[in-house]
Design a protein around this ligand. Structure first.
Ligand SMILES: CC(C)=CCC/C(C)=C/CC/C(C)=C/CC/C(C)=C/COP(=O)(O)OP(=O)(O)O
Ligand SMILES: O=P(O)(O)OC[C@@H](O)CO
Ligand SMILES: [Mg+2]
Length: 244
């Protein structure tokens, strides 16, 4: 699936809900339960990945999803080896809030041949970690400082640079299980500074938070932990897709 699908969504003013699936946390029938609920309350996409993957379940998770749902499956890789050609696309993340060359370009160089051969849709993504109130796995593993929560202008100029370099979307991430989600003020500031679709995630738990993010300019809002803890939450978050 090409990134133009995401650009079309933004141009049409459509808003999407994404469920993040961490293959490490898919035990005990979790995916069966999730897909039963998702059959009625369809998310726009499934993202699959983790900043730290301690099991080898990526391929079986992608395979299971491709077999049992028609919701597109987009890889959200914590490293260059989280590639599976059975998915529909991959967020080719470049960690632009950090200054670690491996996560800006190094991993990408190593993964380039496999990515090209995979036939996956490539969504070049400027990935911005934002302080969500506590250190997250992503910031610890990447050894990078997140953008301070109350500095929307830093996120905005970072996104502007990414757009001029040629990246195709921006991901503002307060990190897995963040105490504070990315503020609508920061989303709005980024939205006014670039024409790119904006993906927002980290610490989202309520429909009100999703709406605040969409209204501030997000095209996609990602929910991981809250649905992992309580899959039925997908029903109230999606409101049967009325807004999607
Ligand atoms: C070259 C390729 C294919 C990929 C680049 C990979 C890069 C540079 C990633 C950026 C840095 C990074 C660690 C991103 C993490 C993204 C991610 C999958 C976050 C979601 O996972 P969490 O839910 O935070 O993970 P845990 O549950 O493991 O805490
Ligand atoms: O798990 P949560 O807190 O919903 O975060 C989702 C994702 O944006 C984390 O990278
Ligand atoms: Mg996680």
């Amino acid at each position: 699936m090409n990134v133009t699908e995401l650009h079309k969504m933004k141009e049409a003013g459509q808003k999407g809900l994404v469920v993040l699936i961490d293959p490490d946390k898919c035990g005990d029938g979790y995916l069966d339960e999730l897909l039963t609920i998702a059959a009625v309350n369809k998310p726009t996409f499934f993202f699959v990945g983790g900043s730290l993957m301690t099991t080898q379940r990526l391929n079986e998770t992608v395979q299971f999803l491709k077999k049992n749902t028609d919701v597109p499956v987009i890889l959200f890789p914590g490293s260059g080896n989280q590639i599976d050609e059975n998915a529909d696309a991959i967020l080719l993340l470049s960690l632009i809030s950090g200054r670690n060359p491996e996560l800006l370009i190094g991993e990408h160089v190593k993964a380039a041949p496999a990515l090209k051969a995979s036939g996956l849709g490539i969504w070049s993504t400027g990935y911005i970690l934002v302080d969500g109130g506590a250190p997250t796995t992503a910031s610890y593993i990447s050894g990078s400082q997140p953008v301070p929560r109350n500095k929307p202008e830093i996120a905005a100029v970072t996104a502007m640079a990414a757009e001029m370099i040629g990246m195709q979307c921006i991901y503002l991430d307060a990190g897995s299980g963040a105490q504070n989600e990315v503020s609508p003020k920061m989303i709005n500031s980024v939205s006014k500074s670039v024409d790119l679709p904006i993906i927002v995630g980290g610490g989202m738990k309520t429909r009100d938070q999703l709406e605040a993010a969409w209204n501030a300019g997000a095209t996609l809002v990602v929910v991981g932990n809250a649905i992992e803890k309580e899959p039925a939450l997908l029903e109230s978050l999606s409101e049967s897709g009325s807004q999607l």
